[in-house]
Design a protein around this ligand. Structure first.
Ligand code: UDP
Ligand code: MG
Length: 313
């Protein structure tokens, strides 16, 4: 019998886990045709929650020992680590990745599975039809992020696409081949290739609890994503450096000619100082870009595990 695994990262989600479980069970129950010959399992990942998420998961697991499994991290390692752990432990022939707050509607699962079963696709992703209910500034920056990363990196990331997706075992195995420590899942899903189609859905508010992402965390995440999937910022640094070297040669020629024909004149020190400040600013900026990459190399080269499991069932 085939099996579908649901990977569900949870960080301080004591309020949403039970609602999530009941809603998903109802979807399986209401679509007996689609899920006739297919079993399912849950792979919850407790990402070092500080509330009652773990006891909630323990209870749920005790009630449904066959289908519910969980991993509990020793601390908060971030959603990306949770997804990686889930993918490594999932046993299903089909693997879904979804948030526990029901912002990824489980009602799409039957359609996603049917699409995969046609054999035409290896992955069914989802995207939001719009970004209603989100602060305007967040939508603006996220649009800017997608347009930048799609211009400067080789993988194409579909704007508004969620992490929510259903994949075949073959695609999951391909993802597991990527051992990197710094993970940006949306990029990785694209990088491995395979045929993906997208379903669109209306944005839903959180079932309970609060979002864990602040504006700065999202900004940071965007920079990480760009560094992970593009070398263009390094080239920009080289380009800016080259441009300034060129300009300064022209400047020097100009000064020499002026000296030869018109003699020397003191003055212009203010513009000189501002140019110096400007150029050193650019230098620091470029160093910062390079530093970002070196930081990544440093982290990768330490070969630390992506997460540490404290409890597993
Ligand atoms: N999450 C996680 N670790 C974290 C932050 C979030 O596992 O450090 C989980 C969270 O429990 C949820 C999913 O990632 O299932 C998405 O988080 P959230 O709903 O806060 O993000 P948003 O929907 O606002 O982008
Ligand atoms: Mg959410």
């Amino acid at each position: 019998m085939q099996k579908i695994s649901l990977i569900v990262p949870c960080y301080n989600e004591e309020l949403t886990i039970e609602i999530f479980y009941n809603t998903v069970e109802k979807v399986f129950h209401d679509n007996p045709e689609t899920f006739k010959d297919i079993a399912h399992e849950y792979r919850f990942i407790d990402d070092g929650s500080t509330d009652k998420t773990l006891p909630e998961l323990q209870q749920l697991q005790a009630k449904h020992p066959e289908t519910v499994h969980y991993l509990s991290f020793s601390r908060n390692f971030g959603k990306e680590a949770g997804l990686a752990a889930g993918l490594q432990h999932a046993e299903g022939d089909y693997v879904a990745v979804m948030d526990v707050d029901l912002q990824d509607p489980p009602a799409l699962l039957p359609e996603m599975l049917e699409l995969l079963q046609t054999g035409n696709y290896d992955c069914v992703g989802t995207m939001r039809a719009n970004r209603h209910g989100e602060p305007a500034i967040r939508s603006f920056f996220s649009r800017a992020f997608y347009s930048v990363i799609n211009k400067i990196s080789k993988v194409q990331i579909v704007p508004n696409a969620r992490d929510y997706r259903l994949m075949t075992r073959q695609m999951v195995d391909a993802i597991l081949e990527l051992p990197e420590y710094n993970r940006f899942s949306k990029g990785i899903f694209n990088w491995v290739g395979f045929k993906t189609t997208y379903l669109t859905f209306e944005n839903a508010p959180r079932s309970a609890g609060e979002s864990h992402w602040s504006f700065w965390q999202l900004l940071n995440y965007s920079i990480e994503a760009i560094v992970d999937f593009s070398e263009v910022p390094l080239k920009i640094a080289t380009f800016i450096g080259g441009m300034f070297a060129f300009l300064s040669i022209i400047g020097m020629i100009f000064i020499i000619i002026r000296k030869l024909f018109w003699g020397n004149s003191v003055g212009g020190w203010a513009s000189l100082v501002s140019i110096m400040l400007f150029v050193s600013g650019i230098q620091l900026f470029c160093l910062g870009i390079i530093g970002n990459y070196i930081g990544k190399i440093y982290l990768e080269s330490k070969h630390r595990p992506q997460y540490i499991v404290k409890e597993q069932r």
